[in-house]
Design a protein. Structure first.
Length: 312
């Protein structure tokens, strides 16, 4: 990945085919409202986090707006007076309402220090240069401006991943990239700090969706524009026998007592502030005026005894 200090000589990792990402979104745009349940669920959680911030943000950017799901959920929350919406897909943007434009998250066209708030809902997991994109987002923010984002995390679709891998090994004797690689919360938090955000926090939640059939999950992924865009993906269609074996493995390994199968989506929430001199800062090591030991009950502060693991 490109280094966040702006050194263009550092190597860049191109995991995703960005043209494929855009094609998938273009194809999904017309029918997205039939498959946008995950966008709406995660968008509501993101908006709730904005409600927890006792500030107003008159000018905001929705980066990766899809067809306007987050804009409809915000509805003036956070003191937003003007919301600019941007998406990689022109077809998605045309279906949003209000101020909108097509823009690539990896090359933002916005002036420095222009926005009070930048939001991103379920888009950044398709970015190749995530450190560079986070730097650009931070630069778009006014001092003490807020970034709130939500992206898919590393354990997303573990059930589908395992089933596809098992079927491909059994049917074809090898593996190809079937499900996109995702970052984990710890890595995402480190990237926020590297990008220059203050008070950076990354945490994860899991949304589990129940399906009557695994094929319905695959239909939803296509309908959301979330199908595989890894550069090393297999370009030809899967063998019918391999796909059938994967679906059977999914049912056998993961179906509940009612016969329904789960699909888990790990959501990483990102929070960071553009630096400002008046922001709170962590104390330097050794600067505390009191010792923690002085505040503890002596009995509680004594070292714990090891448990006896002998026979009862």
């Amino acid at each position: 990945m490109q280094d966040t200090d702006g050194d263009d000589r550092s190597p860049r990792m191109d995991v995703f085919d960005r043209r494929a990402v855009r094609r998938h979104r273009e194809r999904a745009a017309a029918g997205l409202e039939r498959h946008d349940f995950l966008l709406r669920e995660v968008g509501e959680r993101l908006a709730d986090r904005l409600d927890d911030v006792r500030r107003t943000f008159p000018l905001a950017l929705d980066l990766g707006c899809h067809t306007g799901q987050l804009a409809r959920l915000l509805a003036g929350r956070g003191g937003i007076e003007t919301l600019v919406q941007a998406d990689l897909s022109p077809a998605m943007v045309r279906r949003a309402e209000g101020l909108r434009l097509a823009a690539d998250e990896e090359a933002l066209p916005f002036a420095a220090a222009g926005f009070d708030l930048v939001l991103s809902l379920m888009s950044l997991h398709w970015v190749n240069d995530l450190p560079g994109t986070l730097v650009q987002i931070r630069r778009c923010l006014k001092p003490d401006g807020l970034f709130l984002g939500a992206m898919l995390g590393g354990t997303t679709l573990n059930e589908l991943r395992q089933s596809l891998h098992a079927a491909e090994i059994a049917s074809e004797g090898g593996l190809s990239p079937r499900v996109s690689p995702f970052a984990d919360a710890r890595d995402a938090g480190n990237l926020l700090q590297r990008a220059g955000f203050a008070l950076a926090v990354a945490d994860a939640e899991t949304v589990t969706v129940s399906y009557a059939d695994p094929l319905a999950l695959i239909s939803d992924l296509r309908g959301m524009g979330e199908t595989n865009a890894v550069r090393g993906r297999r370009l030809q269609c899967s063998r019918r026998a391999t796909l059938a074996a994967a679906m059977e493995h999914y049912r056998a390994a993961f179906a509940g007592a009612d016969g329904r199968i789960p699909a888990s989506f790990q959501i990483i929430f990102l929070t960071g502030w553009a630096p400002h001199p008046d922001q709170q800062r962590a104390l330097k090591p050794g600067s505390a005026r009191a010792r923690l030991a002085d505040a503890l009950d002596p009995a509680l502060a004594s070292p714990p005894r090891s448990a006896d693991r002998g026979p009862s």
